[in-house]
Structures are given as C-alpha cells and as structure tokens.
Write a protein that binds this ligand. Structure first.
Ligand code: 9UX
Length: 72
C-alpha cells in the first residue's frame, strides 16, 4: 500500500535545511519517497501506511529542529 501526503514544514531557510529534513524522513522504514521543496516549504512523502504514521513523520521533522505545520 502506498499513500502520498504533502506536509507543510516551518523553519527551513536553505538547501542544507532541505537535506536535513529529507534525510530525517527518509530514515523511517516504510517511507518510499521524499521530496522537500524550499519554495513551498513543504515535503511530499510517499509511504506505506502499514509501517509509518503521520505522527512518525511529525516526530522525524521535529527531531531535527523544524516545525510540522499541517498535512494537506
Ligand atoms: Mo539551513 Mo541552518 O542553514 O544553520 S541548515 S539555515
């Protein structure tokens, strides 16, 4: 199973921020694909909902110091 969400993220201001957030989300097993966009301050995440929850993604973002604002 595969689910796609777009998550609004606060606090990213440079390309390194983007990489940090991308890597944090990628580390979760069950995440299939991540693409973080600085201009729109968001991350598109494809994941297996049997293995990963939105709350896991939230914790991953917050653990590296950024804000999880909303899920679209
Ligand atoms: Mo994006 Mo942070 O720089 O020191 S990684 S602002």
């Amino acid at each position: 199973e595969r689910k796609d969400v777009v998550v609004k993220i606060g606090g990213m201001t440079c390309a390194m921020c983007v990489k940090t957030v991308e890597n944090a989300i990628k580390k979760l097993s069950g995440v299939l694909d991540v693409s973080v966009n600085l201009a729109t301050e968001s991350a598109r995440v494809s994941y297996n909902p049997a293995l990963v929850t939105i709350d896991d993604i939230k914790r991953a973002v917050e653990s590296v110091g950024y804000e999880f604002l909303s899920v679209e």
